[in-house]
Write a protein that binds this ligand. Sequence first.
Ligand SMILES: Cc1cc2nc3c(=O)[nH]c(=O)nc-3n(C[C@H](O)[C@H](O)[C@H](O)COP(=O)(O)OP(=O)(O)OC[C@H]3O[C@@H](n4cnc5c(N)ncnc54)[C@H](O)[C@@H]3O)c2cc1C
Length: 388
Amino acid sequence: MESGPIVIVGAGQGGLQVAASLRQAGYEGELTLIGNEPGLPYQRPPLSKAYMQDGNPGALKLRAAEFYDKQQIRYLPETSVTAIDRDDGRIATTSGELDFGHLILATGASNLRPPIPGLDRTLDLRTLADADKLRERATGDRRFAVIGGGFIGLEFAAVASKFGLDVVVAEAAPRLMARAVSPQMSELFLKKHRDLGSTVLLGDPVSAIDDRGIALVGGTHLEADEILLAAGVRPNTVLAEAAGLDCANGVTVDAQLLTSDPRISALGDCACFPDSRSGLRIRLESVQAATDHARHIAARLTGKQPDPYNALPWFWSDQADYKLQIAGLAQPDDRAEAVDEHVVFRFDAEDRLTAVETVNNARVHMRTRKLLAGGETVGPDTARDLLS
Ligand SMILES: Cc1cc2nc3c(=O)[nH]c(=O)nc-3n(C[C@H](O)[C@H](O)[C@H](O)COP(=O)(O)OP(=O)(O)OC[C@H]3O[C@@H](n4cnc5c(N)ncnc54)[C@H](O)[C@@H]3O)c2cc1C
């Protein structure tokens, strides 16, 4: 059992979860949670969904204020960790220094800022402050351009079109959500967004932003009053890199989520970990990964000897009346078989089921999660049983 003190850098989904899980698992030592945002830790997924519509910050809070006192979690908001001294086991923050016995990096990710001229005119959607600013602007007859047809851009587009706003989505890739879903799912969502009234342009990257809107490489100019930049994220690794920890597409961790320094763990959006199924090193931007990583680290630090990390990835996205759910993790080249209008199976080169994408079909999603979590190889015939 780690005797502490344990310090967590980043008070988001994973940071808060690891603090809660440590207490739940019986860790009684000093526990400090440091976050650079104001207020209590909150969940991000609703920012582009329910919160965009209702603006209710109370519904976002991960835990009530009393929780921190009761669990003896020292929470430091609006505090940035600026350096890690690994030799002395100490960190520097904007409000002083702190010693650690074990340090957990839960620094998340930041919006990717491609080198497009005029980018300073864009809005972001990563934090509660971003969402508030965006909500203020998403009124009246303002015309919106969204740069990026990934999950966040499309979730916003769905809400904005519901508000009756004029929305154009400009995606550089030839299809929507191309990194994460099959071509069939991209097509289904393209139709949905066009039916909702959004203009969606594919395969034509944004080349510049000006006072009147956005220009595309192909020569089109799109008029817009507001521009949302939703072109993906990059892991927050500055602190880890400066401390000399191994980093490559995130902070590199092993199957126990330990960094190259055995006194430092990393989790969630900022961590690049070995995927037990594919054997590849991956980084996942999902609530599931952040919370499962957190639980794993808490188990290890409280003396349990967890097996190598092998939680099954799963993800969801709400866009208008479509709930997309993905169980498992497919590689881009995995074969995609649409077995129903709203269900797509993905298989690897050896015909093993790697993921199932569903729309408004929680039953098949949950059954897939159960089946794939078992770790057995699932071929096309067994996969079909998921539909019965
Ligand atoms: C709009 C939006 C919608 C999303 N929708 C979904 C969804 O539908 N489903 C899903 O699974 N996932 C969704 N996600 C992703 C999900 O929210 C993230 O994967 C998850 O929050 C990752 O948790 P984390 O703890 O790794 O990072 P975060 O929750 O991002 O927390 C990291 C925190 O660390 C802070 N920090 C960074 N550096 C420092 C430092 N040096 N000092 C102090 N603090 C620091 C950051 O400011 C941040 O507050 C969405 C994300 C966004 C932005």
